[in-house]
Design a protein around this ligand. Structure first.
Ligand code: HEC
Ligand code: HEC
Ligand code: HEC
Ligand code: HEC
Ligand code: HEC
Ligand code: HEC
Length: 291
């Protein structure tokens, strides 16, 4: 199935319950601020909401995805996929375009058979590029229940890398720009060069509201290193100028629009300042873990 075709945004129970929980909060904050426009919230309201949501678990587990549906009951432990260790080597588009992994959790039909035939994880976990899916002594490197299994490796990896306040605690953008890491853009031999950014999109787009404080400069260029046009268009953003409906900060923190990536893999929504240069970040409660 084309991984980007499905339209449903709230795909799993955890997200749905978070959504319902936030929905309950909204009327309360709505009363606190009568100035907020119908589909917009002010900074104070957003901060209150953001304090209650968990995009900033421990740095070392941010972006670790417990794949679902879990393998048949009783047969194998679930699979915990660490984004950080893979994105250090590969751009998002390698998996989310070339290898056809969906960017929405639970949507990809990864099976043992497909892995063995060299698709999905098996495209790399073949004993050449990475440890193989065939070796009985290695099954538990992917199939296990230990959320901290990769934490030590993360700490080693993170040493000396540029820091950020949230997410993995790492500034991934800077890590690429300054060549701390050099993720490959393709694993398909002889792949066509991906579509170049048209000249007129080199200038950042002005998003956000009229208020200068909530202004956002969206840079296509910042994203093209990692992604492909089709990772965002037309599924997440309408390509027509300002054509994206119901695009607001609320929907971002519900994991839509920018939040598709910037709540789960890229730096999370709590890092206000990186999207709104006019805003300051607030301190968030966070894990006790530090490097
Ligand atoms: C080595 C492969 C690989 C790379 C590289 C990769 N991903 Fe993923 N990603 C996956 C897999 C596998 C899933 C789970 C898909 C599923 O459940 O159907 C996933 C899921 C996701 C999800 C949903 C997670 C959730 O918890 O809901 C997001 C968002 C995402 N990826 C974004 C990215 C971004 C952004 C990048 C680049 C910075 C990236 N991915 C790089 C393999 C990869
Ligand atoms: C590189 C990671 C990786 C390794 C190594 C690995 N698997 Fe898996 N395996 C997966 C993923 C991903 C799935 C799909 C799970 C999901 O979607 O929740 C899966 C699914 C399965 C399933 C579920 C049934 C099915 O057909 O999908 C079984 C059984 C299984 N693996 C057995 C094994 C055995 C046995 C080994 C060792 C010889 C092994 N796996 C090694 C990643 C791995
Ligand atoms: C594009 C190539 C590629 C794909 C696709 C890929 N991996 Fe990997 N993976 C690697 C490489 C390279 C390593 C590091 C080398 C090694 O450990 O052999 C790695 C390492 C890992 C590790 C070890 C992390 C650690 O630090 O201990 C796990 C677990 C893992 N992969 C799971 C998966 C699962 C699950 C999938 C499929 C959902 C998957 N990988 C898909 C290339 C890939
Ligand atoms: C990270 C996500 C992302 C990627 C990748 C991306 N875009 Fe966009 N694009 C956006 C957003 C966000 C907007 C603004 C949408 C709105 O205002 O409704 C936009 C707007 C546009 C517009 C309208 C421009 C305007 O003046 O309003 C065009 C044309 C466009 N994109 C083309 C592309 C092309 C071509 C590529 C690949 C080379 C691409 N985009 C890659 C997110 C992305
Ligand atoms: C398909 C995934 C995806 C979507 C959608 C997306 N981004 Fe990103 N964005 C990334 C990734 C990956 C990076 C690299 C940095 C990181 O991972 O923390 C990035 C980087 C950025 C940066 C650069 C930060 C820096 O320090 O250079 C800004 C700013 C940004 N995004 C804003 C946005 C805004 C605003 C939107 C919505 C209009 C958006 N992004 C939508 C994936 C995405
Ligand atoms: C990944 C980028 C990103 C991050 C991080 C981010 N925002 Fe936004 N924000 C946006 C975008 C894009 C819009 C514009 C949506 C639109 O066009 O309606 C926006 C709009 C807003 C607005 C205007 C009202 C509204 O609902 O649209 C406020 C207020 C706001 N953000 C506050 C915050 C605060 C506070 C934080 C940090 C806690 C934050 N934002 C973090 C991207 C981001």
């Amino acid at each position: 199935m084309d991984p980007l075709r499905q339209k449903t945004r709230f795909r799993n129970a955890a997200q749905t319950s978070l959504y319902l929980f936030l929905l309950l909060l909204f009327p309360v904050f709505g009363l606190l601020s009568d100035a907020a426009p119908a589909l917009g919230m002010d900074r104070y309201e957003l901060m209150q909401i953001l304090r209650t949501i968990p995009p900033n678990g421990p740095f070392e587990t941010y972006g670790n995805t417990i794949l679902r549906p879990p393998p048949k009951k009783g047969s194998m432990d679930p699979v915990i996929f660490p984004h950080w260790s893979h994105r250090a080597r590969y751009d998002c588009r390698v998996c989310h375009l070339e290898l056809k992994f969906s960017i929405y959790k639970g949507e990809t039909r990864i099976t043992r058979k497909r892995n063995l035939s060299g698709r999905y994880c098996g495209a790399c976990h073949n004993g050449k590029t990475a440890f193989t899916v065939r070796d009985n002594s290695l099954c538990s490197r992917c199939h296990h229940r230990n959320k901290d299994a990769y934490s030590e490796a993360f700490a080693t990896f993170a040493e000396g890398m540029p820091r950020a306040q949230f997410g993995n605690g790492l500034d991934w953008a800077k890590m690429v720009k300054e060549h701390y890491i050099d993720p490959v853009h393709t694993v398909k031999p002889g792949a066509e060069p991906s579509m170049q950014l048209p000249e007129k999109l080199r200038k950042p787009l002005e998003l956000g509201t009229k208020s200068p404080r909530s202004g956002v400069l969206f840079s296509h260029e910042d994203h093209m290193g990692w992604l492909d046009c089709s990772n965002c268009h037309p599924e997440i953003f309408d390509i027509e100028q300002e054509g994206t409906q119901y695009f607001s900060m609320e929907s971002n923190i519900f994991g839509q629009f920018c939040g598709v990536c910037h709540m789960r893999t890229g730096f999370p929504m709590s890092d206000c300042n990186r999207c709104h240069p006019e805003m300051k970040n607030h301190k968030m409660p966070r894990s006790s873990y530090s490097f």
